[in-house]
Structure formats: C-alpha cells, structure tokens
Design a protein around this ligand. Structure first.
Ligand SMILES: C[S@@+](CC[C@H](N)C(=O)[O-])C[C@H]1O[C@@H](n2cnc3c(N)ncnc32)[C@H](O)[C@@H]1O
Length: 197
C-alpha cells in the first residue's frame, strides 16, 4: 500500500487516527521495547502492517502475533502478509480487549498499541488499559505509541512502572510509553484500582 493510498483510507475513516504510517525510526523504537523471550504478542490497531511486518522479523519461530484492526481496507492489507505466526483479527479493541480468548490468545507477553486513545472517552480508555493489564503475564509490557501523553497518567497508575521515550523522526512525532506489569501483578493492580477515580 502506498503512502497516498493510506492517506485516502485515513481521510475516509476518522478512526484510523493518522495520516501517515509509522516511520522506520518509530517502528524501531517501538520494537526495541520487546524482550527477546516474548512469544505471544498482540497488536492493537495494526493498520497496514508497518509494525506487524518488522515484528514478525523479530518474533521467535514458535511465536504468535495477533493483529487487531477495525478498518476493512487495512485488514485487507494485513491479510496479504503470509506468515503462519500471524493471526489477523477484525474488530474493535474496546470489545476485543475484554477477553483475549475471543481471538484465540491466552495471556500475552506484550501488547503494542497505536489506537487513537484521544478519540475515546476516559471510561473507555481506562477499560482498555485495565483489560490489557489483566491479560498480560507478569513481566509483560503494554507498549503504547501516541502523539500525546494523554494516557500516560493512567498507564502509570495502573502499571506503576512506565518509562516514556520520544521519537521526533515521525510525522507527527511519537511518544512511546512502555508500561510493564510487575511480578506481583494482581496484588499491585488491586492496590492501585482502589485509588482510581
Ligand atoms: C495510528 S494508526 C497505526 C497504524 C499502524 N500500526 C502504524 O504503525 O502505522 C491506528 C490504527 O488503529 C486502528 N484502530 C483505531 N481504533 C481502533 C479500534 N477501536 N479497534 C481496532 N483498531 C482500531 C486504525 O484503523 C488504525 O489502523
């Protein structure tokens, strides 16, 4: 898919939330947050596969990648990627993140997300982040790339640990947040959700 074609898709569907695909620099920085031992990875908002394709190059042979996308045209592009480790899932992350077994995953070691959180209300953002936290194994990461730091306070509150990186070589520049679930996941979450408004 050319950049011009992606732009046309984005102009037809506001949910795409970007006019260009992620740059190679942004893709590299997002993927550098994956630990080599990760085998089960979920991608929210895979688009036309800019991250998906590079991620497959890094993923171990026995790994699996579930790429979730809501836009039909972009789904068509993802389905052109031939790799037995890739499962392309059509749907809305808001619903699908409630139960990963709906698309055949158990728990994930990493979730990478480019969905435009700024388009969602606070309650929806919070639900997606909490559900993602629950589906990650201890030591797993929720890697979120966005144009703003809007979800950073929520990620920090739910995960406790969330370093932030900046990639200026993207249009517009990205913030990359790598929230990590600590080893005592359930206890930590219980303590933190008590204080969530
Ligand atoms: C910023 S683009 C990122 C595309 C691609 N991953 C990249 O890095 O170039 C966000 C993607 O999320 C998808 N998306 C937006 N809302 C979604 C939702 N609720 N569920 C699933 N995908 C969604 C859009 O269609 C779009 O492809």
């Amino acid at each position: 898919m050319t950049s011009f074609h992606f732009l046309k898709v984005a102009l037809r569907d506001y949910r795409v939330g970007a006019l260009t695909v992620s740059s190679k620099y942004a893709v590299g920085k997002v993927l550098s947050q994956l630990k080599p031992e990760y085998r089960t990875v979920v991608e929210y908002g895979a688009g036309n596969g800019a991250i998906t394709k590079k991620l497959l190059e890094k993923l171990p042979e026995d790994g699996e990648l579930f790429a979730i996308e809501i836009n039909r045209e972009l789904l068509g592009e993802l389905k052109k990627i031939r790799d037995p480790r890739l499962k392309v899932v059509e749907g809305d992350v808001s619903r699908i993140s409630e139960d990963f077994s709906l698309f055949g995953a158990k728990r994930a070691q990493a979730v990478i997300s480019g969905i435009p959180f700024s388009f969602f209300g606070r309650e929806r953002r919070e639900r997606i982040i909490l559900n993602t936290y629950r589906h990650l194994v201890p030591g797993g990461r929720f890697i979120v790339y966005q144009y703003s730091l809007l979800v950073y306070p929520l990620l920090k509150k739910i995960f406790g640990f969330c370093p932030v990186y900046f990639e200026p070589r993207n249009l517009p520049p990205y913030f990359i947040m790598a929230a990590e679930k600590c080893e005592d996941g359930s206890e930590a979450l219980r303590a933190r959700t008590l204080t969530l408004k």
